[in-house]
Design a protein around this ligand. Structure first.
Ligand SMILES: [Zn+2]
Ligand SMILES: [Zn+2]
Length: 423
């Protein structure tokens, strides 16, 4: 339900950026960030039940205090309980987030949120698709205390929605609030790759936790934030964004000699490498003085085509969400596969890959038969079938001329200096 409001706020920020010519938005980066957000949401249709099962099991069997929902009413005691639940959740979030930066296997998941080299409201939507693997463990103590699931899911939602607005550069300093709440200023510090700012400001709603546990750092005028991660993603593939750090870890785990290191590497401090692989495969040190954002040049017509396709894909997420809510994971499997293939291909097109257009053409020809197959596999969605048919054919009818138009006059020089410059 929050998504339309997120989109509205994002559109306003984008307009302000264009009017003031502040250059805080790049289409390719924003598309990549929102694509990872869409992946997280749609992966969730197939994975989210796992943490819920764990929460339900712990609550049913280990809850210490029996707290009926009626305790959480509008009385002073009820409000105090709500605030306690929200603070307790934020405290657990602090430790989850801190461990997500400081332990390799958790960083592999969370890194997605930090790969953007821009910082705007689209960065807030940039979320990992693998958070379901470990995140829930950090909240189990709250279920052991006995807070009801409904209350904790609500304070979780409030916590997540709160974190959206702090991803902006248009709000600079907020005085004393910068020392109490998580604000745009102190969260910009959290997204920095400057040495002074690394591993700081982990709070979700309150930055007080950072001040208590020694991880607070204030934003300084004389040290402008450079956004992003030390090992840049350097592509626009939203799937690779989710796999990149796991790949680094797997690379080292496969090549190191000792079994202790093969297993231990996943749970050591982020950045730690076994001595033998560090010596055999040294990592290039990044130099922030010559930092350059990943931005392969792509022809304007192709950029416009990618943007138009992306708007269609964003719109498609709403009926898919409605279908999931009214039907099942099985019903959304084929629509999600089609959506994922689209997001993947837009990444290729944004990188100016020479083979990307052939890939896109194949995708467009597959989409109608695959969509129809999806309908026939599931009786529950047979009713809107004819309209979906018409919609898919109309989509194809617009996309094919669009792709042709985007393909003519493509500047060969642009392709020559494309992604290979950055890797
Ligand atoms: Zn973080
Ligand atoms: Zn953030």
């Amino acid at each position: 339900m929050a998504v339309p409001f997120f989109m509205l706020a994002l559109a306003i920020e984008l307009i302000v950026d264009r009017v003031r010519e502040t250059g805080l938005y790049r289409g390719n980066d924003a598309i990549n960030s929102i694509s990872t957000g869409i992946l997280r949401t749609t992966f969730g249709y197939f994975t989210r039940f796992l943490p819920l099962l764990a929460f339900g099991f712990v609550f049913e069997n280990f809850a210490l205090i029996d707290m009926p929902l009626s305790w959480f009413d509008a009385s002073p005691a009820g409000i105090a309980l709500w605030i306690t639940a929200a603070l307790a959740w934020d405290f657990c979030y602090y430790w989850f987030h801190r461990c997500s930066h400081e332990i390799s296997v958790l960083w592999a998941s969370h890194a997605v949120h930090h790969q953007s080299e821009d910082y705007n409201l689209s960065t807030a939507l940039r979320q990992p698709g693998t958070g379901f693997l470990f995140g829930w463990i950090f909240y189990l103590p709250l279920f052991v205390i006995g807070f009801p699931l409904e209350i904790l899911l609500t304070v979780n939602a409030v916590n997540l929605i709160y974190q959206f607005w702090v991803h902006t550069q248009f709000v600079r300093r907020l005085g004393v609030l910068d020392r109490i709440l998580v604000t745009p200023s102190n969260h910009r510090v959290h997204h920095a790759q400057n040495a002074r700012y690394i591993d700081k400001n982990y709070g979700g709603m309150l930055v007080v936790w950072d001040r208590m546990f020694g991880t607070f750092e204030d934003e300084r005028e004389d040290e402008p934030v450079i956004f992003g991660v030390r090992k840049p993603l350097a592509n626009w593939n939203p799937f690779w964004a989710n796999l990149q750090v796991y790949d680094y870890l797997l690379f080292d785990a496969m090549r190191t000699a000792r079994w202790r290191d093969k297993l231990g590497i996943w749970f050591r401090r982020t950045g730690w490498r076994p001595a033998d692989v560090a010596a055999a495969y040294p990592k290039k040190q990044s130099n922030l003085d010559s930092f350059q954002r990943f931005d392969p040049p792509v022809h304007g017509r192709l950029r416009a085509y990618v943007m138009a396709q992306f708007v269609v894909m964003m719109a498609a997420t709403f009926p898919i969400a409605a279908l999931f809510a009214s039907a099942s994971s099985r019903a959304v499997a084929i629509p999600c596969l089609l959506l994922w293939s689209g997001l993947y291909t837009l990444g290729l097109l944004s990188e100016g890959r020479p083979y990307a257009k052939r890939f896109e053409l194949t995708r467009l020809f597959v989409i109608v038969p695959a969509g129809v197959l999806g309908l026939h596999l599931d009786d529950m969605v047979a009713a809107p079938g004819l309209w979906l048919w018409i919609g898919l054919v109309a989509y194809l009818g617009c996309s094919l001329p669009g792709l042709w138009y985007a393909s003519i006059d493509t500047n060969k020089n642009l392709l020559k200096q494309s992604v290979s410059d950055y890797s």
